[in-house]
Every structure is written in C-alpha cells, then in structure tokens.
Design a binder for this molecule. Structure first.
Ligand code: F58
Length: 829
C-alpha cells in the first residue's frame, strides 16, 4: 500500500488516474456546472450560494486529484523515508483560496465565475474555516505540512477530525460567550472519508501473561473499543504538482459494541454506546497553555495515535514489511506531548504483537520519534495520573514503568549515588500524586528534542530539561519556527505580493530569503510610495471587513496597532491596555492635549479558554475601556480600541497586512516563539516587543533601529523574582502607572461600579505573576519612540521595508529544511 488517498487499482485500465481538466476558463466552467448539476443536484439558476461554493470547491479539487494520486504513487515507489507529523491540532484556515493559489487557478476561477454571473469573493466567503486548533501550535502544524508539500517531502500529517473546532466567540455586554463551531454542518468538500480503512482502538481492561511455546509473554485484554475512520485531506504543494495527505481520524462505535446491547433488547443503551464512542472526537479542548488532565482528552490522544501508527505500519508499509527497517521509513514528529502515548504504543505493537525482544524494540522505537516542546510555563507540561493511565491503558502504563526503570538505571550508571537526580528525572513522579510526566517520556524516547526559538531551546536545556541535557547534550537542538509565505503573504496580502513580484520576480514565494533583494529599495522614494499604497489598500480592505463583520469603523489615517493572539496573562494584554488607559488618563488630567496624541487604533483579537476566569475578566475590561474611549469626544477620535469577536485564521489574514505596529509583549522567558510576530513583520509591521521567543531573532535580523525593544530581559526577570518582586512598589513610585490603575478602579469604565475590575487591579498590585507593572515604564517609553518614528512617514516606511526584506528567514520552508537536516535525516525525492 502507499501514502495516499486510496488503494492501488488492480484492473490494468484503471492504473492511470483520470486526466486533470484543462487550465482554461471554458474547461473550468464545464466542470463547475457539472459539479453543480450532478454533485449538488441543482441548476445554476436555482442554486444557493452554498451549492455554488460546494461545486466550486469540488471543481478545484478535480484539478488536484490526479496530482494527489500521482504523488502518493511516487512516494510509495520510491520507498523513501516519510515524516509522520503527529499533532492533536491543525489550525488550517480556509481551504479554497489556498487550493486556487497552489494550482494557479485564481484568475481562471474568477473569470469562470463571472461568466456564470457569480462573484468568486462571495463564494469564498461562504467557506467555514476548519478551526481544529487553539492557536500557535495548531497553526504551526498547518504551516509545516504546507511547506513539506511545497518542498516535495513525503509526509503524512496525522490528527483528529473534531466535529466541533475551536468555539465561536461573541461578546454579550462586553463579556465572552462561547458557542459551538459546527464547521461541518453545510458539507465539507475537502475531505475524503475511507471507512474501509478503519482501525480498531482498544481501551481499558487488564493485562495478563501467557506461555507462548515456552516464552512468557504479556497481552492486553481490553474491555471496550471504538473504530477510527480516516478522513483524508489534500495538502497541495505550491505550483509543484505535489499533493500530500493530511489524515484526520473520526471515532465511531464498533458494530460488535452496540450490536450486543441491541440484541439484548436494550435499544436506548445501544444508542448511548454509540454516542459514548463518538464523543471521543466530538470537540477540540479549548485550553491553550494549561492542559486539563481530563479523561476524554487522554482518550483523544491515544485514539488518534493508535489509529495513526496502525495505519502507517499496516496500510502504508503493508503487512509484509519487516519492522526492523521501520526507522528507515518513518520518523514520527511529536508536536508537543499530546501524541507521546505513541511511544508505549509502538513498543506494545513490537513486543506484544510482533514478538520483538524488548531491547531490540526499544532500539527501533527510539529512532522513530522526535519531540518538539512548545512551552516554558511549568503548568503547561502535561502529566497524567497513573491511576487514570492504568485504568484506560493498563498495558501502556506497564511499558512506561519498564522504560522508566531502564532509564533510571542509565541515570544511576552515569551519576552513581545521586539519588536526588534519579528522583528529579523519573518519568513517573510521586509528587504530589503518582503521575507520568509526558515531557520526560518524550525526551527519553526521542532521537532529538527541540525548542521553537533560540532563547526557548536554550531555556529548555538550561532549566526545564536541564538534567536531561546534562545526560544527553547531543539530543537537544533548536529549530526556530516559521510561517508559510503562501497563506500569510500571497493569499493574505495580494497587494504586497504583487509589489514584490513586480520588483523581484516570483521566485521569492518558495525561496523567502530572496526578500533580502528588497533591501536597496528602502532607499528608493518611488518604491516607498508604492509600499505605502500597499499598506493603504490593506487598511481599506481590513476596514471593509471589520465594518461588514463587526460594524467596527477603522478611522483613516490612524496608526494601526495590533495585538492578536490567545488571551493569556503571560502574553500581557493588560500591559497594552494600561498604555491605552494611561493615554486616556493623561488627556483627562490635562497632562497632554488630545491633539498631541498620534491618531491610533488598537486592534485586539483574542479568545480566552472558557474556564480561564481571569482571561475572561480581561476581555471584559478591554471591551469596557473600548466602549468608553471610543465615544469620549475629549479624545477627538484620536484613540480607538477595536476588538472584533471570534478572532480566527480568516480574520488574521485580513488584519495582518493592515498593521503598522505589532505587539509582542510577553514577559521575557515565557513565549516559546510566537509566530504572529513573524507574520506581522513579513507584512511590513514594526514590532514593539520584549526580548522573548523569536522576537530575539527578529530584532537581530531587522536591526535595533527597526525594532522597538523594551522590558526586562529573561535573566533580569529571574533575578527580580529571586530578589522578591513587589509590584505595589511600582504603583507607589510611578505616578503615571498609579493614575492609570486608579482610573480603572474609579468605576469610569463600569458605570461607576468601582468593584467591577477590582480582581484584575488587585491581582496586578498584589501578585502580578507576569510583571506587568515592572515593565510598564519601559513600555510607555518605547511607545513614545513609536510615536516619534511614525511621525516621519519616509523613515517609517524604510523601516517597514527593511522588516520585510530581512525576515525571509522566518519561512516555514526554512524551518522544514532545518528539521530535515538536523532531526529527520530525510530529503525530497
Ligand atoms: C505555542 N503553544 C506557543 N500551545 O505558546 C508559541 O510561543 C509558539 O510559537 C507556538 O506554540 C508554536 O510553536 C501553543 O499554541 C497550545 O495551544 C496547546 C494546546 C493544547 C493544550 C496545551 C497548549
């Protein structure tokens, strides 16, 4: 079998796939009308926009189909090493535009639709984006599979087909309200279910030993199971005729499971069983950064990983494949710890099912995994209670115990007598309750462990996984994240793309370092004017979108200041807000006049985890401040807050090109990388940021003079924490800060209710875990530098152009190149 959409045909005539339709308007119209008539069962005149969108999507799909089949056949024949990207999240964004871009059908489709009396943009707007991820981690996975397809690397992305993606956010009285995201409700033309390739997944029960012709073996006797149905998605490469596969698993009840109950006459119970099974892939957990140790989540993790490994071994490689050679054919990249249960699963298959010796199985397994860590927050490191693991996956817990025992022997051999170290490094911890530390298991099993930006990788090796770095320094490496220029420049910013292509030719799209050739144009007044026109068009477009979507007006001529990311205290949306409140307070108190304000609109986009109370309070405060300052005539319309609800990939694509200023203001040492920072810089926004995550590398590349640095450095944060941080000191000694906080406490943003935001203020004054108050002064000063720089239009444009020209490094193509060389040891075929 092979890595691809279907099994190979046996009939000779069926060997070659059908031909791709012609790349012409007429051919496109023909396929479109056919899809409308025979696919949707309607005529053009009676069709709805949804009919038209679905037929259009299926039309574009036809142009990819042959390439998909060909790609998978080519990979299978080459027998080369593939990447199995294991990720519980893929935050894909809309598919249609990307497929049109990859196939270069944009203009053909536009004309074809016009010929049918339809508007392509309107049909594109009909697509509901697959929001199968929370934030950066899920979006990174989507960028990576895009790059691998574009580079012609054999890769299967494995994940979960959640029936409900990340919740829809709305605001009621300024507060976040969550609604389910039924993204599949109107039909999904981008997926191909393959129920015939379903996989059974077991849970629960116990283990037993038995005698197998004189050999003592262990087997798992599970007590319930579900079926995983694969849904294949196309991952089109850009203009290269390659289409890779993303395989997402959906849970269904097994027949045996409900039939037994059905026969017993208990029909409702049988249906309940089905619901129970299908619950596993029902919904994406909306927690970012702080995973909750919920049983269903562990079920999801094991479910998709068991399906994926079984699929690769039995369907891609086939039943005759000698698993001794497994490391030559696959490397599974663990996107954070969520898929780490794959490690004991592969051991179980090798030892219990294929009867490998333990040591040999371990040698093989260790070569098949590598681990990427995406956090530094201690509370974000996943741990599973052994009680839960043992109940759900008893055999896996036994295997983990044995891996741990062998590993601790190795630690003792390297550090004799150091039992404290042994306890610190144990995969199974007893503090406070017996639990499995998944990051440790991943580190022990992985050939490599990487962080996602230089600073983050450094801190991982020095702090979070320091003992492991001492034992195996060669395991630790860095791969700085990247973003796909196809979606985040070509699709999101057609105006900038055109300017770049007119200047450099089109090669930059797959070779982003070529943006460096733009550097001399920063000195060219004509180019700068053209560059400003690009920004202006993007602002007008964003403003049209915000008006239609949210009824928000973006005043023309404003500095567009953007903070888009999940709402989390460590990311410090409150620091941004204190800046706005302080400017307002300075006008109210007469310290400055409104006319001294640089006209500016601050755009926030952020979802809070539904259970994260403080994050939701902060959303409420942002909206409350917005509704007061946006209507206070004393500000003369020169300071605005825009907070469109339901920030998602689609909205990101609209906002990013319009940004002048990119807010990357996390407390140093806590943002692993950030990727929004890269998208914004590549679209010509200047960054105001701390020395954190990939900001460090952005600043080094663009130069200090083109970046607004502020705040404590990571070592300064650590020192301040050690010396005993007292936030109230800053409040007491900084009048501007005090006035801003007092204004919030005054009730002005809450109809006189002085208690409304007391929890936020008191948390800042009394604890301030993320040192907002310590960085306030430095942030205000950096914003003054922004104001000054923005006033000089020509100089600002130069800086913006240099940001674009110097950020080619942040392509996910480069990141994939790094993984291939340093971790995967695989290449294009
Ligand atoms: C993010 N992590 C990091 N986690 O915060 C960000 O700095 C980094 O750029 C990005 O990964 C890509 O490396 C992140 O998005 C999650 O969303 C997890 C979801 C599941 C629960 C735990 C957090």
């Amino acid at each position: 079998d092979h890595i691809g959409p279907s099994s190979p045909p046996t009939h000779a005539l069926a060997k070659a796939p059908v031909a791709t339709p012609q790349h012409s308007v007429d051919a496109f119209v023909k396929v479109f009308l056919q899809e409308l008539n025979t696919g949707q069962g309607v005529t053009l005149s009676r069709s709805t926009v949804n009919d038209q969108y679905l037929a259009l999507a299926r039309t574009v799909r036809q142009y990819l189909m042959t390439r998909w089949l060909e790609t998978s056949r080519h990979y299978a024949e080459s027998g080369s090493k593939a990447i199995g990207y294991l990720s519980a999240e893929y935050l894909l964004g809309r598919q249609l535009g990307n497929a049109l871009l990859a196939t270069d059908l944009g203009e053909v489709a536009e004309e074809a639709m016009r010929g049918c009396g339809l508007d392509l943009a309107r049909l594109r707007a009909q697509e509901v984006e697959p929001g199968l991820g929370n934030g950066g981690l899920g979006r990174l996975a989507a960028c990576f599979v895009d790059s691998l397809a574009t580079m012609g690397i054999p890769c299967i992305g494995y994940g979960i087909r959640y029936e409900y993606g990340i919740f829809k956010q709305s605001f009621v009285d300024g507060r976040q309200v969550e609604q389910p995201d039924p993204w599949l409700a109107l039909g999904n033309p981008w997926e191909f279910p393959h129920p015939e390739a379903s996989v059974q997944v077991n849970f629960g029960g116990h283990t037993e030993t038995y005698d197998d012709g004189g050999v003592q073996r262990t087997r798992w006797v599970p007590d319930w199971n579900v079926v995983g149905v694969p849904y294949n998605y196309m991952v089109p490469g850009y203009h290269n005729g390659k289409v890779n596969t993303l395989r997402l698993w959906s849970a269904k009840a097994t027949n045996a499971f409900d039939l037994a109950l059905f026969n017993s006459g208990d029909y409702p119970e049988a249906v309940r069983a089905q619901t129970f099974a299908e619950n596993i892939t029902k919904v994406l957990y909306p927690e970012d950064s702080t995973p909750q140790g919920r049983e269903l989540r562990l079920q999801q993790q094991y479910f998709f990983v068991a399906c994926s490994i079984r699929d690769f071994i039995e369907r891609v490689l086939g039943p005759d494949f000698d698993l001794h050679q497994l490391p030559e054919r696959i490397i599974f990249q663990l996107n954070d710890t969520h898929p780490v249960i794959a490690v004991p699963e592969l051991m179980r298959i090798l030892v219990d099912e294929r009867h490998f010796e333990w040591d040999e199985a371990w040698q093989i397994t260790k070569q098949c995994f590598a681990y990427t860590c995406h956090t530094l927050l201690p509370e974000a490191l996943e741990v599973w209670p052994t009680e839960l693991l043992g109940r759900l996956l008893p055999r896996h817990l036994e295997i983990i115990r044995r891996i741990n025992a062998d590993f601790l022997d190795e630690v003792r051999a390297s550090f004799p007598g150091d039992e404290q170290r042994v306890r610190n490094m144990s995969i199974i911890s007893d503090d406070p309750n017996s639990s499995v530390r998944m990051a440790f298991l991943a580190t022990v099993a992985g050939t490599k462990v990487n962080g996602v930006a230089e600073l983050h990788s450094q801190l991982l090796a020095d702090k979070v996984l320091h003992d492991f770095d001492e034992l195996w320094p060669e395991k630790f490496t860095n791969v700085t994240n990247g973003i796909t220029p196809r979606r985040f420049i070509c699709l999101a910013n057609p105006w900038l793309s055109e300017l770049i292509s007119d200047t450099l030719g089109v090669g930059w799209v797959t070779d982003l370092e070529r943006l460096a050739e733009l550097e001399p144009y920063a000195q060219d007044p004509d180019f700068r004017r053209a560059f400003r026109e690009v920004k202006q068009k993007a602002k007008v477009h964003a403003s049209d979108i915000l008006r239609a979507r949210d009824g928000i007006e973006l005043p023309p001529g404003h500095l567009v200041d953007i903070m888009i990311k999940r709402l989390h205290e460590y990311k410090r949306q409150t620091l941004k807000l204190l800046h706005v409140v302080s400017l307002y307070e300075q006008v109210l108190s007469g310290e400055i006049t409104a006319s001294q304000l640089q006209p500016r609109t601050v755009i926030f986009g952020a979802k809070a985890a539904p259970g994260y109370w403080m994050a939701k309070e902060i959303i409420h405060l942002i909206n409350a401040v917005g509704s007061v300052i946006n209507t206070d005539p004393r500000l003369e319309g020169r300071l605005k807050i825009a907070f469109p609800a339901n920030y998602n990939v689609t909205l990101a694509e609209r906002l990013i090109p319009a940004a002048d200023l990119s807010e990357q203001i996390s407390l140093a040492g806590l943002e692993a990388s950030g990727t929004g920072n890269m998208k914004l810089a590549l679209n010509g926004a200047l960054t105001i940021g701390t020395d954190d995550g990939a900001n460090v590398e952005i600043r080094r590349l663009v130069g200090d003079e083109n970046f607004f640095l502020f705040g404590l450095s990571e070592p300064e944060v650590a020192a301040l924490r050690d010396s005993g941080y007292r936030p109230r000191q800053y409040y007491e000694s900084n009048p501007q800060l005090r006035a801003a906080l007092d204004l919030i406490s005054s009730g002005i943003f809450s109809n006189g209710n002085r208690e409304a935001f007391a929890p936020i203020v008191s948390s800042l004054l009394n604890e301030d875990r993320f040192m907002v108050l310590a960085d306030f002064q430095s942030y205000m000063e950096a914003q003054l530098r922004v104001r000054e720089a923005f006033a000089d239009e020509e100089e600002w444009t130069k800086k913006a152009i240099l940001n674009v020209a110097r950020c080619g490094f942040f392509s996910s193509d480069r990141a994939m190149g790094d993984y291939l060389r340093e971790i995967w040891h695989a290449s294009a075929i």
